[in-house]
Design a protein around this ligand. Structure first.
Ligand SMILES: *Cc1c(COP(=O)(O)O)cnc(C)c1O
Length: 446
């Protein structure tokens, strides 16, 4: 057993404290400036909803390392599974000598992802790699080139996925040229839809299919890729029915529908996958982040007829589906099943929303509260009428939360969205305390 870390916030020094500051000096002298840190309090331990820093401060974790440690750091089942696997063997390369753990994760992904049809899975290391492979598979299967992504999309930082990612700073700036045959269409973003939220679903759908028809041609379009709830782009939830209509249109036009559930998957949104809530069954689905309790693993799961058209050796990689990462994934998934973390995500939503509604009643800067499950955000504006993005206020609140030992994250193409991604195993007490820190930070920043 690891030493239990008391699930409460403790501030012993300023955040970051002197030990973290010293480490940060070393970081600045050794790590590329291109790799920045949101809150430079250097972590030495973590469990459940708490991160311990080098100065002995205990921080409340509202970020889960960007939706990764859904089952919590220090999860005993994950620790045991990983320790056992490390002792047995750490690597063979599945393409050289296979092992059961990889197969078991593939079986689990085939079972849990939306749809009861026959499926196949391939495993990789990162979300971007899973997305790249989704594009490869879609092009190979359809014999077509065009890939359609959305405004506010985030699909990763490799060259191909950057072509799909929508935000210039900091992701794309001066890193091009990017891969070709990637097209962008507007996102069904109700809060900012020009015709108003009530017309967003229909107008967005019509606009998108017209644009694909006119600018690419259905016969040249291999796939449409969408995050069912957009992550980095601002936790944008498309209006009810939009995704279903789009998926049906894709099916009718021999275009694959790819759901990128790297952030929204694995109980985060209150269901196993955000696609489940919308009743959509993607042809291909990408997973990563929450899948393996913090170990690097990603998956591409899809219709067997699509995934099995690829020639032997066409998919793979040295580390993809590493046995230690697979052991962690199996332990994480077991934890999600046993603790019903999808239901817990919905409870977390209720707690966060109640407090966010109070903020919205007090501060006109709260433009919208949105999201599902433990993937909740508030979009901040300087004025509810003009909806002018309040990026400076968002940054100020974030900084004030950090100073009080609450690890928070922002997002949004315009930098004005405050997002909440706590571990799904966090206690109610820590959630309440975190939200009261947020309320103070808001009051001090407006
Ligand atoms: C984080 C993310 C990615 C990229 O995952 P990495 O593991 O960072 O490569 C892709 N898609 C979505 C929706 C994400 O949130």
């Amino acid at each position: 057993m690891t030493t239990p870390i008391e699930q409460r916030r403790i501030l012993r020094t300023a955040i970051p404290g002197p030990a973290s500051a010293a480490l940060h000096e070393r970081k600045l002298a050794s790590v590329s400036a291109g790799v920045s840190t949101g809150l430079p309090a250097y972590v030495v331990a973590g469990q459940g909803g708490i991160l311990v820093d080098a100065d002995g401060n205990q921080l409340i974790d509202f970020g889960s390392g960007i939706a990764v440690t859904s089952v919590g750091n220090g999860n005993q089942r994950v620790i045991d599974a990983v320790s056992k696997q490390i002792a047995e063997f750490t690597h063979t390369c599945f393409m050289v000598n296979p092992y059961e753990q990889y197969v078991a994760v593939a079986e689990k992904l085939n079972e849990l992802t939306p749809g009861s049809h026959e499926k196949r899975t391939a495993l990789f290391n990162s979300g971007a790699e899973a997305v790249e492979n989704a594009v490869k598979v879609a092009r190979h299967f359809t014999g077509k080139d065009g890939i359609v992504a959305f405004d506010h999309a985030y699909h990763g930082r490799t060259n191909l996925t950057l072509a799909m990612t929508a935000k210039n700073m900091p992701y794309k700036h001066r890193f091009g040229p990017f891969a070709s045959e990637l097209y962008r269409v507007p996102m069904a973003y109700p809060y900012r839809w020009p015709g108003g939220p009530q017309h967003c679903a229909d107008e967005a759908f019509n606009y998108i299919v017209d644009q694909i028809h006119a600018q690419i041609g259905e016969e040249n379009t291999a796939a449409v890729i969408i995050e069912p709830i957009q992550g980095e782009g601002g936790f944008i939830v498309p209006p009810a029915g939009f995704l279903k209509e789009l998926a049906q249109w894709c099916a009718a036009n021999n275009i694959l529908f790819i759901a990128d559930e790297v952030q929204s998957g694995f109980c985060r949104s209150g269901d196993w996958f955000a696609s489940d809530y919308e009743g959509i069954v993607p042809d291909l689905i990408t997973t990563a982040k929450g899948i393996a309790g913090g170990m690097p693993l990603s998956g591409l799961t899809g219709r067997a007829d699509i995934m099995d058209t690829i020639h032997p050796g066409g998919l793979g990689g040295t580390y993809g589906g590493n046995p230690v990462a697979c052991a962690a994934a199996l332990a994480s998934i077991e934890t999600m099943e046993e603790l019903n973390l999808a239901a817990r995500a919905r409870e977390i939503e209720a707690i966060l929303r109640a407090d966010l509604e109070k903020l919205a009643a007090t501060y006109p800067q709260v433009g919208e509260i949105r999201g599902r499950g433990a993937m909740i955000a508030m979009e901040l504006v300087t004025d509810r009428e003009t909806k002018e993005p309040a990026a400076a206020l968002t940054a100020a609140i974030n900084k004030a939360c950090h100073a009080q030992g609450l690890v928070t994250l922002t997002c949004g193409t315009l930098g004005n969205v405050f997002r909440f991604l706590p571990p799904l195993v966090i206690s109610d007490d820590l959630l309440h305390e975190g939200m009261s820190i947020l309320a103070d930070a808001f009051a001090a920043s407006v």
